[in-house]
Design a protein around this ligand. Sequence first.
Ligand code: NI
Ligand code: MN
Length: 223
Amino acid sequence: MKITYHGHACFLIDADRHKIIIDPFLRGNPLSKIKPSDVKIDAILVSHGHADHLGDAVEISKNNKATIIGTFELVNYCIEKGAVGHAMHIGGSYNFPFGRIKLAIAHHGSTTDTGATGNPCGFVITMGSKTIYHAGDTGLFSDMKLIGEINRIDAALLPIGDNFTMGIEDAIKAVEFLRPKIAIPMHYNTFDIIKQDPKLFVGGLKGSLTKGIILGAGEDLEL
Ligand code: NI
Ligand code: MN
């Protein structure tokens, strides 16, 4: 499995000849080096309706006939805009051709240009033999212990930007709860208000069983 970071909360996962993208905020993302038209993909996971996550999902769905996966209200919003969608909800899982997706809670909001779009979520993604947890935008919550207990997480993708989500201190606590093999920071340095030094996050994991890995935009990691 290969995970490529495209800045902010956007990751592309490539496994067993299937490709999925999460929170494809590309156009308008100062960190992204790719355009929506560069994305060739099977499915699109969207954690919530905020523009820095929904991003270019509808356009990418139309270009690739790729399914948008997320909570019911947001997916229906995307379908109305002409996308292909598969609605789910918190706690539910589904076996897609590329792998299994389970929706986790996230403590945050979810609005689009037309108003509220239900609850935000995080994703537990199983492709091949690997399991990835993408937390979405969220504050720290103790049920992360449950997510870590139920799943053997190979990589946890966690926001560290603070202000809108967990900051570094809480993200380090999240790693303690989730016990992943690897933790990758996200949702920082895109805008001034979420400026953070990711080295402090990685440094805070020293002595734990989890290895912190910083990916720059466009960089990838083989799992
Ligand atoms: Ni948000
Ligand atoms: Mn966000």
